[in-house]
Design a protein. Structure first.
Length: 571
């Protein structure tokens, strides 16, 4: 069974990865600022993280002695150092291979002939309640050790000290992605992180304990935390076979932040299987993700074929959507030209479906895997159901299908927001825009479909009138919610609602005979003017959202320049 487990681990993680963590998941990591006690090689250092300082002290002491220490020696001596200073942290080793823990410790494999690269990250979070004092010196001391002892020259250093590149989420992930891409078989990589670590509730069901372990970047308030899923996608999975990577994670909840298959603690006698390791999580990008990508493309193709074939062409003599919209005309039915937004929606989703199927950068992207998940397939199935039901003039069923479309789109938008994955403008247009514009239009369409059901049921004109007024006011409330409820405003949905409001007011300039024969002219004017008012109000709300986003960006930049950052109490 162990052999089968090892084979599974090797398929999931081609590279050899060893991670020393400052604490198990259930523990916190201490911040030490009396480095004089640790006798670090940097005499100017006045602060250091407990795990990093303990490791460096052990390595320095061993260099002055005889014999090369084993992994067991290193972890146990680290535990002794920590214990002598009153810390109860238990250092832990997790690996991608069933490592013989009694073999000599080393950050460079025997017979090494490749390139040595390192990424060193230290975040002090200056000027806030959760400020740490040790992380910058951690990085400087580790850098000196790697250069002097192991000859590392290719180093990427991220620190919030005003002199190095800032350790934002974008910069950290970019550094990880670059080192993974550049490293080839035979190369050695060293990753060091000293800062805050945390836990977030798992949002994709791949953690048995229900939580993702995280690294907390400098701009976590705006960009979010870096989950173990992010580390898997950008750092672990892309590493080529034959690469040897050593990680030192000096932060809270760091025990299994990489979810490696084997673990050893300073209190253990043997290497153990990591119960939290799930190979299917690592294999997602090659199996489940591939299946999801294919099904997403097929769902789009099927939805487009049915919508265009039945809704536009009137396949097999069925009435088209335009004909049925005229038959079931309501006070809030938009003008015909507004429905051209479907060309934008389908074009955007066509590009997305090809991108997530054919482009490696998007196949297993967090915004697809954790954000869109299987929801898009639900959107397409529900939309096919709506097209068929509306064509058959089963209005109550078409409204039900429309509400399911809305539900799945809301799930996509919310999940993508919670994923908080940094994307470029191109990435946004391909991965997020198609669903924001679709969601905005379906909000308006759902309200129209409610009025269509009232027409089908033959309810009184007064009830239809008041429902129309409530629907227009509802558009404003949706816009307010989208802009002001989340920390990062959603601006596309309100713009689509403006488009719908303009279409409604435009249609009522010259209302159809069915409208003029059913409603009083004054009632028609009220709805028209309310639509214009809602258009202006929603535009104002969206403008406020733009200003809010600009202020957030400016405030974030100012705080970074001044060394002032968000409070860790917000995590």
């Amino acid at each position: 069974m162990a052999s089968a487990f090892d084979q599974q681990a090797r398929r999931a993680i081609p590279a050899e990865v060893c991670m020393i963590s400052g604490s198990m998941d259930s523990q916190t990591s201490s911040d030490v600022y009396d480095t004089g006690t640790f006798q670090l090689p940097n005499p100017a250092g006045k602060a250091g993280g407990a795990c990093t300082s303990a490791l460096l002290k052990v390595l320095q002491r061993r260099r002055r002695g005889t014999g090369q220490p084993s992994w067991v020696d290193i972890l146990r001596e680290m535990r002794q150092v920590l214990g002598s200073l009153g810390y109860d942290q238990i250092p832990q080793l997790t690996t991608s291979r069933c490592t013989e823990v009694n073999k000599p410790f080393g950050v460079v494999p025997q017979g090494f002939t490749g390139t040595k690269r390192c990424v060193l990250i230290g975040i002090n979070y200056c000027g806030q309640n959760g400020e740490l004092r040790g992380c910058h010196n951690d990085v400087l001391n580790v850098k000196k050790y790697l250069e002097q002892v192991h000859g590392f020259r290719d180093a990427v250093v991220l620190m919030d000290d005003g002199r190095h590149k800032s350790p934002t989420k974008k910069n950290i992930l970019r550094a990880f992605k670059l080192v993974a891409k550049q490293s080839k078989s035979g190369d050695a990589v060293f990753i060091h992180y000293s800062g805050h670590g945390g836990r977030l509730r798992d949002n994709n069901g791949d953690e048995e304990d229900g939580y993702d372990e995280t690294l907390i970047p400098l701009d976590f308030k705006k960009a979010g935390q870096i989950s173990d899923d992010d580390l898997l996608q950008v750092l672990i999975r892309p590493l080529a076979a034959g690469v040897f990577m050593t990680c030192l994670m000096d932060c809270c909840h760091s025990g299994t932040v990489l979810d490696l298959p084997y673990k050893y603690t300073a209190t253990s006698s043997n290497m153990e299987l990591n119960e939290k390791f799930r190979a299917e999580k690592f294999m997602f990008t090659t199996r489940c993700s591939w299946l999801l990508n294919v099904l997403n493309f097929l769902a789009f193709a099927g939805n487009f074929a049915v919508t265009y074939g039945i809704g536009v062409l009137g396949f097999n003599g069925a009435p088209t959507n335009a004909e049925l919209s005229e038959k079931y005309q309501t006070l809030i039915t938009p003008a015909g030209w507004t429905f051209s937004i479907w060309a934008v929606i389908f074009t955007a989703q066509l590009l997305w479906s090809f991108a997530q199927l054919l482009l490696p950068a998007f196949r297993g992207a967090p915004l697809v895997r954790n954000g869109i998940r299987w929801y898009y397939i639900g959107v397409c199935i529900a939309q096919i159901g709506w097209t068929v039901a509306f064509s058959a003039e089963i209005i109550w069923l078409s409204l039900t299908a429309m509400l399911f479309i809305l539900m799945f789109l809301v799930l996509i938008v919310v999940s993508q927001y919670n994923t908080q994955s940094h994307v470029s403008i191109c990435g946004y247009l391909l991965l997020k825009f198609p669903f924001s514009v679709h969601a905005g239009w379906i909000v308006a369409a759902s309200l129209v479909n409610i009025s269509v059901l009232l027409v089908d049921l033959g309810v009184s004109a007064n009830l239809q009138y008041y429902v129309a007024l409530a629907s227009l006011i509802g558009l404003l409330f949706v816009a307010l919610f989208a802009v002001f409820w989340p920390a990062r405003p959603e601006l596309v949905v309100p713009l689509v609602l403006v488009w719908a409001s303009v279409g409604i007011s435009s249609e009522l300039v010259h209302p159809t005979d069915s409208i003029t024969s059913t409603f009083e002219s004054d009632d028609i004017k009220v709805v028209r003017y309310l639509a214009i008012a809602m258009c202006s109000a929603v535009l104002s709300v969206d403008f406020c959202g733009v200003m809010r986003s600009c202020c957030q960006e400016t405030t974030s930049q100012d705080k970074e320049e001044q060394g002032e950052y968000y409070s860790m109490q917000d995590v």
